[in-house]
Design a protein around this ligand. Structure first.
Ligand code: KE4
Length: 434
């Protein structure tokens, strides 16, 4: 298997990029800062494959951090965008397509009476928190260490994703005034939540979580955890917010609510919902959502919210997923196949590891024990992960460049791709452990 790659074009581009863009990237996780080395600059992609500026081909396990669930340049989406663009790219006025998109989302999810489109997952989560505060008249909220809900100030306290990758626990610029209302707890620590709820009785507006965490690697809710949150929120009048930016329309057509069989009060979407275009959304029961302007007085807005190109891309992808629900079983079977193959080669290597997986979200942690929260994810041998990342990259396997990220499979992956990935993992481990 190929073990050396020409990367001089990416290196030159990275040098040039740093002259005009902070760190040479428009989002920190792309910079390879934790894994080291030079990020590869991608020129194009098709199906399960990325092609970089030096012409190298990679099997892609990021899928643009989730959106490309049916593979890159999915023909119906490309065509729909091309056709829609001919009628202008934005109006700043209501369109029928936005109604169709909202109706489609409602038909695929549970307990979403009203849904508002925005342009990113950050906007979706930020708006849902403001709504929960406006609806309850309370200020505080609980988030979980290692969960990432975008970069709005209130969420940048013990967050996951890039903050975990770069070990940024408090972010300069996020004022004490903001973070005093952000209460944190370890993921899966139901007792810790109940203690906070008693300590701040009547002051907590919301509990927000990733129902399956993907920003500390993939971490699953333990039995009873989310059920307990649901019960506590109902008893205490706290708004339970599922951040389904990653899990929405990925774990199943109805996302984690359907997969876990638990209803939140508000749900945030992103990634898959836009098919790679800038789209986020938040929705929930009418009695809460009707507090959003212009119906209510919780203000939220966006020039490009419901943008026609973004809507037609998301609508086309969601409709494909709705019309062919067998896709989710196919994706699950492929991920289980990869899981089994990686487990075999990792087991044979003697290196301690755990693999966490649900649906098409999976991650490897070089850990002696189970990884169930941020502390155990941090305690894993992540230095070894960084070396494993590069050993796989030079063999043409593109993993998320951080141990604190979930891998995302796309349904364009073939079993030959999965076998190549397993073989690359075997070779990488032999190289690193020899
Ligand atoms: P965006 O604002 O990046 O669209 O969404 C923020 C967000 C909210 N909630 C969850 C559960 C998320 O995973 C994200 C964004 N995920 C990261 C990857 N871990 C996006 C990649 C990046 O930051 O470049």
């Amino acid at each position: 298997m190929q073990q050396t790659m020409k990367t001089n074009n990416s290196s030159a581009l990275f040098e040039r990029a740093q002259q005009s863009i902070p760190g040479g990237v428009n989002s920190p996780v792309r910079a390879f800062k934790s894994v080291g080395g030079t990020p590869v600059f991608i020129e194009k992609a098709k199906g399960a494959y990325l092609y970089d500026a030096d012409g190298n081909r990679y099997i892609d396990y990021i899928a643009s951090w989730g959106p490309m669930i049916l593979g890159h340049a999915y023909e119906p989406v490309v065509q729909a965008i091309q056709e829609k663009a001919a009628g202008s790219t934005s109006f700043g006025a209501p369109t029928e397509l936005e109604i169709e998109m909202a109706e489609l989302i409602k038909s695929m999810t549970r307990n979403v009476d009203l849904v508002r489109m925005v342009s990113s997952g950050t906007e979706a989560c930020m708006s849902a928190l403001r709504l929960a505060r406006g609806y309850t008249g309370r200020n505080k909220f609980i988030k979980f260490e290692g969960c990432y809900h975008g970069h709005a100030d209130a969420f940048l306290v013990k967050a996951g994703s890039g903050l975990a990758t770069f070990n940024i626990q408090t972010v300069p610029g996020v004022t004490a005034g903001v973070s005093t209302d952000t209460l944190t707890c370890a993921y899966n620590d139901l007792e810790g939540v109940q203690k906070l709820v008693q300590e701040y009785k009547g002051e907590i507006a919301a509990i927000i979580l990733e129902p399956v965490a993907g920003n500390m690697g993939c971490i699953l809710p333990q039995a009873g955890f989310i059920e307990g949150l649901r019960r506590t929120c109902t008893e205490e009048g706290i708004v339970l917010i599922f951040d389904e930016v990653m899990t929405g329309f990925r774990l199943s057509a109805g996302g984690a609510q359907q997969a876990l069989g638990i209803d939140a009060d508000l749900v945030c979407y992103g990634k898959v919902i836009g098919a790679g275009m800038p789209v986020g959304a938040f929705g929930g029961r009418r009695e809460i959502m009707e507090h959003i302007a212009p119906l209510g007085s919780v203000y939220q807005a966006g020039t490009l919210s419901g943008n026609p190109l973004a809507m037609i891309a998301g609508f086309t992808l969601l409709r494909s997923l709705k019309d062919k629900p067998g896709i989710y079983r196919e994706l699950e079977e492929k991920t289980a196949y990869l899981h089994k193959g990686l487990e075999t080669v990792l087991g044979a290597s003697g290196k301690p590891f755990v693999i966490n997986r649900l649906g098409s979200m999976i991650s490897i942690h070089f850990s002696e024990g189970p990884v169930t929260d941020f502390a155990s994810a941090s305690a894993a041998d992540n230095t070894f992960f960084n070396r494993f990342f590069h050993a796989m990259l030079k063999r043409g396997i593109y993993l998320p460049p951080s141990a604190f990220e979930s891998w995302f499979l796309n349904n364009a992956l073939t079993y030959a791709d999965l076998d190549a990935t397993i073989a690359a993992a075997k070779e990488s481990l032999e190289e690193l452990l020899s």
